[in-house]
Design a protein around this ligand. Structure first.
Ligand code: GDP
Ligand code: IMO
Ligand code: MG
Length: 424
């Protein structure tokens, strides 16, 4: 039995939540392997919209187990609110949502450190979601972190106090004014820890080894996207986890040999939220149209997303790093109405023409080189099969397949579950 992966190939928000929900009926287990409440995964069905942050996107399917892997970081307060928001669905969380003991906990002071770090950077800020992600992963790799399994230990409070003490000292070293009431934050956090303790904790590496022996099918759900990967993204304007395929192995405790399909998901154009370089960013009417028609506002923070034409250089880079063998193209409907679409095929890098993603993609180093492709006017949102696709959409898809050498197996034409077109 293999484990399939579903990963974002851009700067996040590609539509992972929607697709995981659609694919869940094919799998016994859905597993999140990295990130935390910085993620916002949107699902739409039966006229309802849901945004999940830490809970895997398979949670609405009755017969599926959902795992939060060791690579995830959990804020018990946000997590508790997510669970409360799903009360009307009568989900049996105790049996359907299993949490790795090795997942790290986000403390209230991690969030404060995130805020202090960003404030101190001024204009150079990352544009973090301020959920405490960076400081929590720093404590993990710095070997100071608190893990979910620690909640079961008798000295949990002492461990918490010791880490909190370190954080409060660190906050003093920042030359910024961060207002907080630690007693209030703690009372909310410990109440949430009490609720978290009622759920089921597992050793995920053992769980997956048993699941594979039992022949269960598993889909690993990525958060963020390849260009936000801590190693391969546009560093330092990235998140603090491994968002690429390798992260699924370390974030669940499964071996590289157990990976099956690697599904890469991308928008038919591209967006970014937060700071950092973005070679194909548009500052014109076309960019505004993509933002408006695509309703490009962050699912976690509500911030406006920056928009641009599809960047094939970045897409090929992401496919290569992840070993993608199937592509899913999202938001094709948003491109309806453009006479001409552009795709970036190369970068002009300090006077040289490049077809790969270089170390430095800042605007002073890189200018996009575009090819124009004819657009289409037909509304796609009610399309039910690929036979109804306009010819120019087929040409756009064929162009991407040729450039990447990978088949586009699904095209999404709207946010709802049903607006998902199979190409094979
Ligand atoms: P994720 O973080 O990758 O799960 O993506 P988000 O949920 O943050 O952002 C994707 C947004 O696009 C959500 O609002 C989805 O409801 C919406 N969406 C997903 N697929 C489509 C699509 O094919 N067309 C349109 N118009 N919207 C889509
Ligand atoms: P999903 O899973 C889009 C961005 C932030 C910021 C940078 C660092 O919904 O695709 P962090 O909070 O991790 O310190 O922020 O990464 N970012 C995302 N952008 N989608 C996400 O998740 C993101 N998670 C983080 O905007 O630029
Ligand atoms: Mg999102």
């Amino acid at each position: 039995m293999t484990i399939d992966l579903l990963l974002g190939l851009q700067w996040g928000d590609e539509g992972k939540g929607k697709i995981v929900d659609v694919l869940t009926s094919n799998y016994d287990i859905i597993a999140r392997f990295q990130g935390g409440p910085n993620a916002g995964h949107t699902l739409e069905f039966d006229g309802q919209k849901h945004v999940l942050h830490t809970i895997p996107s398979g949670i609405f399917h009755e017969n599926t187990e959902n795992i939060i892997g060791n690579g995830v970081v959990i804020d018990p307060v946000i997590f508790g609110k997510e669970i409360d928001g799903l009360k009307p669905y009568n989900i049996d969380f105790k049996s359907k949502l299993l949490i790795s003991r090795k997942a790290h906990l986000i403390l209230p002071t991690h969030r404060l450190l995130d805020a202090a770090s960003e404030a101190s950077k001024g204009k150079a800020k990352i544009g973090s979601t301020l959920k405490g992600i960076g400081p929590t992963y720093m404590d993990k790799t710095g070997r100071n972190g608190l893990r979910v399994g620690d909640i079961e230990l008798v000295d949990f409070i002492q461990r918490y106090e010791s880490l909190k003490g370190k954080h409060l000292e660190m906050i003093k070293n920042y030359d910024v004014d961060i207002q907080f009431d630690i007693a209030e934050l703690e009372s909310e956090w410990f109440a949430a820890i009490k609720d978290l303790k009622k759920l089921t904790f597992i050793d995920s590496e053992k769980y997956f080894s048993d699941a594979k022996l039992a022949g269960k099918s598993i889909l690993a759900e990525g958060a963020q996207g390849t260009l936000l990967d801590v190693d391969f993204g546009t560093y330092p304007f990235v998140t603090s986890s491994t968002t690429t395929a390798a992260g699924a192995c370390t974030g669940l405790g499964v071996s590289p040999r157990s990976i099956g399909d690697v599904i890469g998901i991308f928008k038919a154009y591209i967006t970014r939220v937060g700071s950092g370089p973005f070679p194909t960013e548009l500052f014109d009417k076309d960019g505004d149209t993509l933002a408006k028609v695509g309703n490009e506002f962050g699912s976690t923070t509500g911030r406006a997303r920056r928009t641009g034409w599809l960047d094939i250089v970045a897409l090929k880079y992401a496919c290569e790093i992840n070993g993608v063998n199937k592509l899913y193209m999202m938001k094709a409907d948003v491109l309806s109405g453009f006479d001409t679409l552009k795709v970036c095929t190369h970068y002009e890098y300090r006077g040289e023409k490049l077809d790969f993603f270089p170390y430095n993609v800042e605007p002073e180093n890189v200018k996009p080189i575009y090819e124009s492709i004819s657009g289409w006017n037909e509304d796609l949102t009610a399309v039910k099969s690929k036979d109804e696709f306009p010819e120019n959409l087929n040409k756009y898809i064929a162009y991407i397949e040729k450039a990447t050498g990978i088949p586009v197996e699904v095209v999404s034409v709207g946010p709802d579950r049903t607006q998902t077109i199979n190409m094979i």
